[in-house]
Design a protein around this ligand. Structure first.
Ligand code: NAP
Length: 281
C-alpha cells in the first residue's frame, strides 16, 4: 500500500516560506502585487482565479483583478497587458487560460513582459528553463518537482516518465526532472505501448486529461506517481490515474483533488514574490 502525498500539506509548508519572504520585502517597503486577468465567465476559470486571489490575500500579496467581457478584442486585451507591463506597482501578470477562441493566447502571452511573466509561459522564460538559466518556471511542473522531493525519494539517476508534452506542463516538467538528473522519457498521444514505458518509471508524472488512462498494472511497484490531470467525471474530480488501484502498487501517489492543484497555486505565489524581490536587486 502506497503513501498518499498530501499536496495541501506540502503547499501549506511552502506557503510558510513564501509568507516570510513577503514580510521580508514588506520591511523594505515593497508589497508584491499580482494582476489577475480573467476574460469571460468560464466557471472553472472563475473558480481558479478566486482560489488564487484568496491565497494571495492570505499571504499578504496584493492583487488587482481585471474581469473582462468575453467579447473583448485581442488588441484591447494586449493593450491592457502592455499597461500592466508599464505599471511599476504590478510585479506579476496572470492571464487566466483558456482565452475565448477569437483571441490568440500565443500573441497575448508574448506581450507579457518576461520580468512579470509569473506563469513562466513567455518564450524567454521557456528558453531560460531549457538552457538551465534562472527565469520564471511554470507553476504546475515546478509544484510537481516539489511534490516528488517531498517524498524523500532521490531523483538523481531515476527513470522518470512524463505523460503529456504541453508547453504549460509536460515539456517543462521533463526539463525540470532532467535538471534534477533523472533519466527522462516523454510520452504523448502517438506513443506506442505506453504501459511498457510507464512500467519502467520510478517517477511517473501524468499530465494528459484522460481519466483512468493509467491503471495499476502500468505502474512499477514502489514508484512515485504524480497525477496532474483534473477531469470532471460524474460531478467529481478525477486524474489520469486509477487512484484506488494505483495506491496498492505505487510507493507514493498524489490524489485528485488535493495533490498538484494546491501546489500550482503556491508556486504562482512564490513566482510573484520572486518577481517583487527582483525589483529590489
Ligand atoms: P494538453 O495541452 O491538452 O496536453 C495533453 C497532452 O496529453 C498532449 O501532449 C497529448 O499528446 C497527450 N495525450 C493525449 N492523449 C494521450 C494518450 N492517450 N496517451 C498519452 N498522452 C496523451 O493539456 P495540459 O494543459 O498539459 O493539461 C493536462 C492535464 O493537466 C489536464 O487534465 C489539465 O486539466 C491538467 N492541469 C492541471 C493543473 C493543476 O494545477 N492541477 C494545471 C494545468 C493542467 P499530443 O501532444 O500528441 O496531443
Amino acid at each position: 500500500m502506497g503513501k498518499i502525498i498530501d499536496g495541501r500539506a506540502v503547499a501549506a509548508e511552502a506557503c510558510l516560506g513564501i509568507k516570510a519572504r513577503v514580510q521580508a520585502i514588506a520591511e523594505k517597503g515593497v508589497t508584491p502585487k499580482l494582476a489577475v486577468v480573467l476574460v469571460g465567465d468560464n466557471p472553472a476559470s472563475r473558480a481558479y482565479v478566486g482560489m488564487k486571489e484568496k491565497k494571495a490575500a492570505e499571504l499578504g500579496i496584493a492583487t488587482a483583478g481585471y474581469k473582462l467581457s468575453a467579447e473583448i478584442s485581442e488588441d484591447e486585451l494586449i493593450a491592457l497587458v502592455k499597461e500592466l507591463n508599464g505599471d511599476a506597482s504590478i510585479h506579476g501578470i496572470l492571464v487566466q487560460l483558456p482565452l475565448p477562441k477569437h483571441i490568440s493566447e500565443e500573441r497575448v502571452l508574448m506581450n507579457i513582459s518576461p520580468a512579470k511573466d509569473v506563469d513562466g509561459l513567455h518564450p524567454v522564460n521557456a528558453g531560460m528553463l531549457m538552457t538551465g538559466r534562472k527565469g520564471f518556471v511554470p507553476c504546475t511542473p515546478k509544484g510537481c518537482v516539489k511534490l516528488v522531493e517531498s517524498t524523500g525519494v532521490d531523483i538523481a539517476g531515476k527513470n522518470c516518465v512524463v505523460l503529456g508534452r504541453s508547453n504549460i506542463v509536460g515539456k517543462p516538467a521533463a526539463i525540470l526532472m532532467l535538471a534534477k538528473n533523472a533519466t527522462v522519457t516523454m510520452c504523448h498521444s502517438r506513443t506506442e505501448n505506453l504501459g511498457d514505458i510507464t512500467r519502467g518509471a520510478d517517477i511517473l508524472i501524468s499530465a494528459v486529461g484522460v481519466p483512468n488512462l493509467i491503471t495499476a498494472d502500468m505502474i512499477k511497484p514502489g514508484a512515485v506517481v504524480i497525477d496532474v490531470a483534473q477531469c470532471r467525471v460524474n460531478d467529481a474530480w478525477r486524474g489520469d490515474v486509477d487512484f484506488e488501484g494505483a495506491l496498492e502498487v505505487a510507493g507514493h501517489i498524489t490524489p485528485v483533488p488535493g495533490g498538484v492543484g494546491p501546489m500550482t497555486i503556491a508556486m504562482l505565489m512564490e513566482n510573484t514574490v520572486e518577481a517583487a524581490e527582483k525589483t529590489l536587486d
